[in-house]
Design a protein around this ligand. Structure first.
Ligand SMILES: [Zn+2]
Ligand SMILES: [Zn+2]
Length: 94
C-alpha cells in the first residue's frame, strides 16, 4: 500500500511516515483549534469539530477524513475495512 499526500504529492510506504509528514507540514491547512480550515467553519469545542469531520468523511470527503485522523490520532485505523469512505480516498493506492 502506498500513501500519497493529497496536498503535495509526496509518497510514503507506511501510514506512520505519511501521518507524521502531514502533521509536520500540512496541519495548519486542515484544522486550527476547533476551526475547520477546509470549510472555514468554527465549532463549539473539540467534540463539535470531530463530529463535523466524521460527517464529512462519511460522505467521502478525503481531506476531512485526513483531518479527522490528525485530530483524533486514529490514523493507524487506515487499514480498517469498516471505514468505507477511506477506500475511495486517493491518497491510499495499491
Ligand atoms: Zn504533503
Ligand atoms: Zn470542514
Amino acid at each position: 500500500m502506498v500513501y500519497v499526500c493529497p496536498l503535495c504529492g509526496r509518497r510514503f510506504r507506511t501510514s506512520g511516515g505519511f501521518i507524521l509528514h502531514v502533521r509536520t507540514f500540512h496541519r495548519d491547512s486542515l484544522v486550527y483549534g476547533d476551526f475547520c480550515l477546509l470549510c472555514r467553519r468554527g465549532f463549539n469545542g473539540y467534540r463539535g469539530l470531530v463530529n463535523h469531520l466524521v460527517t464529512m468523511a462519511r460522505r467521502g470527503d478525503c481531506l476531512h477524513l485526513l483531518a479527522y485522523y490528525l485530530v483524533t490520532g486514529r490514523f493507524n485505523r487506515v487499514d480498517d475495512h469498516r471505514i468505507e469512505a477511506l477506500r475511495k480516498c486517493y491518497w491510499v493506492g495499491e
